[in-house]
Design a protein around this ligand. Structure first.
Ligand SMILES: Cc1cc2nc3c(=O)[nH]c(=O)nc-3n(C[C@H](O)[C@H](O)[C@H](O)COP(=O)(O)O)c2cc1C
Length: 476
């Protein structure tokens, strides 16, 4: 695996990188990113951002199509979603199992240490932190970042992507949903009455972003999981202040402590649901003790918004594969496909297709898809289970199945008291503890009379081809 600069070179070689000079950090970078994301355009590298050093750059739109997502995962011969899904199928379980063979590789130095500011020298305001959307409550330095935390009991290191809003030269607020492993680690320090060490990499090879966004089981190190994908251990340097590992090739990193005596206003922030749902709230501050960066650092931006947005494609594809593998790992037979739909902000609408084998099979697949590790600790809403003649990626087919094969009085089950968070736009602000619900819609043919279920009115592909070939002037 190359570093971010190697990745950029390859993407430029594919003709899929555009350089933008002079766009403002205040809204213009965000607007261009939004327009470009909705067109699934090139990766955008912003430089000469007014008010900031030339060379202090921001990258967005890193993985808007199958080619760039596949390249990031190390597959250079893939051009379509279908190819990528079949290449990845079955691999996630292997990555999980192989992860312990790829412990982080500690280095005494790395490119990230080219420039270093500690203590009084720290000035976060020197780095371009876009205000991404018109109603954001501040400037977000961290969107496509990875945030390293430690479990104080086991010493295990976790990383995830969590938004970071700049407060002042030395303070930045961290917004983590309560079920995320990073939040669990930080709460453990809070319970002990100790400050929580936190390190952040703000620019890195986009493979980090893929891994950070995945619901990797608690206890498996994301660094090791990433090593398993890349086929080699991740080189890291230890943060001088916290001792936490930081990717040695990171563009730009910081470290410090959350001390829990300093909570500041954070948000609102335009989120992946398509709303500014969680409003403005108090979030813990990281007191930044050190900043490290390469010459001319690149911040990897990944701003969400109304879908499709900067990372909804990556999220939909990776989560679909992870949940399918999770169902297979749990031994649910004949799961043919799982697809999360970007149109619903990914998490809110998933379709599972199965070949029904026994009574209760469809409900089992639906309930498990709603609550398996890869899905449960994120927002969720609808799980639709369809037969294997329905393509779960095709919403027209899925809606036909819901409309014709589900009977509302008996085919919709509600799971209550499931995980939710303040990001869910359906709940008015109710304080800190959130429960949500899931609906499992069984849109499969009723299993008890499946053999007698009305036949589908549909000609075969061969029959259709016969008339197309016979009357080419009509069908050309
Ligand atoms: C670009 C991006 C931004 C994200 N922002 C946040 C965030 O602000 N807060 C949060 O809790 N999760 C956020 N997530 C989701 C988490 O990173 C993701 O759920 C991850 O699996 C959590 O990891 P953890 O359970 O190991 O903490 C974001 C994901 C991506 C890809």
């Amino acid at each position: 695996m190359e570093d971010l600069r190697g990745w950029l070179k390859e993407v430029e070689g594919l003709g899929q990188l555009k350089r933008v000079k002079g766009a403002e950090a205040n809204l213009e970078i965000g607007l261009m990113t939004e327009v470009n994301g909705q067109r699934r355009g090139a990766a955008l590298l912003f430089d000469e951002i007014p008010g900031f050093h030339k060379g202090f750059r921001v990258l967005t739109g890193s993985m808007l199509n199958a080619k760039r997502l596949a390249l990031t995962l190390g597959y250079r011969d893939i051009d379509s979603d279908q190819q990528l899904v079949s290449r990845l199928q079955g691999k996630m379980i292997g990555f999980e199992q192989a992860a312990p063979q790829y412990p982080i590789q500690e280095r005494s130095t790395g490119a990230v240490l080219q420039n270093r500011q500690v203590g009084a020298e720290v000035d976060l305001l020197k780095f371009p932190a876009p205000k991404w959307h018109a109603h954001d409550g501040g400037n977000y330095l961290g969107t496509g970042c990875i945030v390293m935390t430690k479990d104080p009991d086991s010493g295990r290191i976790n990383f995830g992507s969590y938004r970071l809003m700049v407060q002042d030269e030395k303070s930045i607020t961290l917004h983590i949903s309560s079920a995320h492993h990073g939040a669990i680690n930080i709460r453990k320090y809070q319970d002990r009455g100790e400050p929580a060490p936190v390190a952040v990499s703000l620019g890195h090879h986009p493979l980090y972003l893929i891994v950070a966004s995945m619901g990797i089981p608690y206890g498996i190190s994301e660094f090791e999981y990433l090593g398993a994908i890349a086929g080699k251990s991740v080189p890291v340097v230890r943060g001088e202040m916290t001792g936490l590992p930081i990717p040695a090739a990171s563009e730009f990193a910081l470290e410090g402590f959350c001390s829990f005596d300093d909570f500041r206003d954070e948000g609102p922030f335009g989120e992946y649901t398509g709303y500014y749902a969680s409003g403005r709230g108090k979030e813990p501050v990281i007191n930044v003790r050190a900043v490290y960066h390469r010459d001319d650092p690149i911040n990897l931006g990944a701003p969400p918004g109304r879908p499709p947005h900067d990372y909804s494609y990556v999220n939909a594809l990776m989560k679909s594969i992870s949940v399918k593998e999770s169902l297979m790992k749990d031994g649910i037979p004949d799961v043919k496909g799982v697809w999360y739909h970007e149109a619903a902000g990914v998490n809110f609408f998933v379709v599972v297709s199965i070949r029904q084998r026994f009574p209760g099979h469809a409900r089992q697949a639906g309930f498990m898809a709603a609550q398996c590790q890869a899905a449960a600790n994120h927002l969720g809403r609808y799980v639709v289970v369809v037969d294997d003649d329905i393509d779960p990626t095709d919403l027209n087919e899925v809606i036909w199945a819901i409309g014709t094969r589900s009977n509302p009085e008996k085919d919709i089950d509600i799971m209550r008291n499931s995980y939710s968070s303040p990001l869910d736009p359906i709940y008015p602000d109710q304080g800190k503890i959130f429960f949500g619900s899931r609906a499992v819609i069984d849109a499969c043919k009723p299993y008890d009379w499946i053999r007698d279920f009305p036949k589908v009115v549909q000609s075969s592909q061969e029959e259709k081809q016969q008339v197309i070939d016979k009357w080419p002037e009509i069908f050309k």
